[in-house]
Write a protein of this length. Structure first.
Length: 160
């Protein structure tokens, strides 16, 4: 059985989180692809992971609990990404999360014009692909792998 090094794993998760966020911001702000609301929500677990890993270095005696937190964060990220992937593939109907910018309480024609000028991206629309897969597909895979690895470290924590 392969033994997983905790220090290397947390550093790798830290780097993956930074690369994921930097890539998302690069694709949005430099390449000009507008993200949908779920895409923006899918960035939160990476930001939380960076924060938790930084705090972990200060409070190393709580490392086991930080690993549990990372496991739970990336499990939630996996389900969020699977939900988004289901919407992209047409298996799941879009929810209100995808329609947050399109309020039905527009009062004036100026508000309506402003709303029409904004680039609102539908959660079902895949605006950016790498090797034929959406970023959501990659996010499902990355989040699932990280949650499995951190869960394995957490459950074997006292053995090492």
């Amino acid at each position: 059985m392969v033994k997983i090094n905790k220090l290397i794993t947390t550093k790798l998760i830290f780097i993956i989180s930074i690369v994921a966020l930097a890539s998302a911001f690069f694709i949005e702000h430099v390449l000009g692809y507008q993200p949908c609301n779920l895409c923006i929500l899918e960035r939160i677990p990476y930001l939380l992971a960076i924060t938790i890993i930084i705090i972990n270095y200060k409070f190393i005696h709580l490392e086991k609990y930080f690993l549990l937190a990372l496991t739970l964060i990336f499990l939630v990220a996996t389900f969020l990404s699977l939900y988004h992937l289901g919407i992209e593939q047409g298996f799941i109907k879009e929810s209100l999360v995808c329609d947050l910018n399109n309020g039905t309480n527009l009062l004036s024609k100026e508000d309506i014009l402003i709303q029409l000028q904004q680039k609102n991206v539908n959660c079902q629309d895949v605006t950016f692909k790498i090797f034929g897969l959406s970023l959501t597909s990659y996010n499902v895979l990355i989040s699932l792998i990280i949650s499995i690895i951190t869960a394995k470290i957490y459950f074997n924590y006292d053995k090492s």
